[in-house]
Design a binder for this molecule. Structure first.
Ligand SMILES: NC(=O)c1ccc[n+]([C@@H]2O[C@H](COP(=O)([O-])OP(=O)(O)OC[C@H]3O[C@@H](n4cnc5c(N)ncnc54)[C@H](O)[C@@H]3O)[C@@H](O)[C@H]2O)c1
Length: 252
């Protein structure tokens, strides 16, 4: 079999970078995309990318164009990892349309249309899709309705696609991490921490069942699970939403 190809969205982000490194270590051909041009360039200096391109994935046309470019460059596609995402906080009563469209556009619409464009190529390779969801797709948090809704919808998109593609040998799963030490977490704490980002982070950790032992996830821990899900010996796993959150979403 020729070397498999993975496409990672949000590749310049904290988790996307870790996923790119993990697949590269296992000698996959890695392709990546992000809206952040300089971040993508920085990744290119750390991980040998077969192909990379900037794209704003909130548009269906951009998603289709990107997949066409990846195929023109690599000739095959075995896995799509939808890791692009944005966080916006605010109660429903005060949430702007701009923030709502941003959250739904990146967290849900991009995964929908990128999957749509990739389907024929994944059928060819009997490949897989992994959607990076969140504990916030499994349980509600006050003040983040749009984010929670986007991730809950992403989970159902994953399950529906898994059913639609099963007879073609294509698997689709969601991975739902708890809080990960990435730029997104720093952004959350800086923007919404009311001038005290450390207190914001302590508050997040206080919700974990580990109590004083609680810590943030490392992106590499999630990358390992994502990589595993794309292996042939994970063929029984499809339509799953796999929590990797220290039990945060298991209940109170
Ligand atoms: N960090 C966390 O605590 C956490 C927890 C649970 C789930 N997640 C999810 O993990 C995924 C990765 O997040 P991260 O922590 O690496 O965040 P990050 O901010 O480091 O990376 C996200 C990437 O998405 C890219 N992006 C944003 N808008 C885009 C657009 N319109 N088109 C294309 N790319 C775009 C950003 O440029 C960025 O590089 C996200 O889906 C996020 O929702 C993160």
């Amino acid at each position: 079999m020729s070397t498999p190809v993975v496409l990672i969205t949000g590749a310049a982000g904290g988790l996307g970078r870790a996923i790119a490194k993990r697949f590269s270590q296992s000698r996959w051909r890695v392709t990546g995309t992000d809206v952040d041009k300089s971040g993508l360039h920085a990744l290119n200096t750390q991980v040998p990318l077969d192909f990379s391109a900037t794209a704003d994935l909130r548009s269906a046309a951009n998603c289709h164009e990107l997949i066409a470019k990846v195929m023109a460059s690599t000739g095959r596609l075995d896995a799509v990892i939808n890791a692009a995402g944005v966080w916006r906080e605010g109660t429903v009563a005060h949430f702007s349309e701009e923030d709502f469209d941003q959250v739904i556009g990146v967290n849900l619409k991009a995964a929908f249309y990128l999957s749509q464009a990739a389907i024929p190529h994944l059928m060819e390779s009997r490949g897989c899709i992994v959607n990076i969801s969140s504990d916030a797709g499994r349980q509600a948090y006050r003040g983040s309705a749009a984010y929670c809704a986007s991730k809950a919808a992403l989970n159902m998109l994953s399950k529906t696609l898994a059913l639609e593609l099963a007879e073609h040998g294509v698997r689709v799963n969601a991975v739902s991490p708890g809080d990960i030490a990435t730029p997104m977490l720093d952004y959350q704490a800086e923007r919404y921490g009311k001038g005290n980002p450390n207190a914001y982070k302590r508050e997040l950790l206080s919700q974990y069942p580990q109590g004083r032992e609680a810590r943030f996830l490392r992106p590499e821990e999630i990358a390992e699970l994502v990589w595993y899900l794309c292996q042939p010996h994970a063929e029984a796993i499809t339509g799953a939403d796999l929590a990797i959150d220290f039990g945060l979403s298991a209940g109170k």
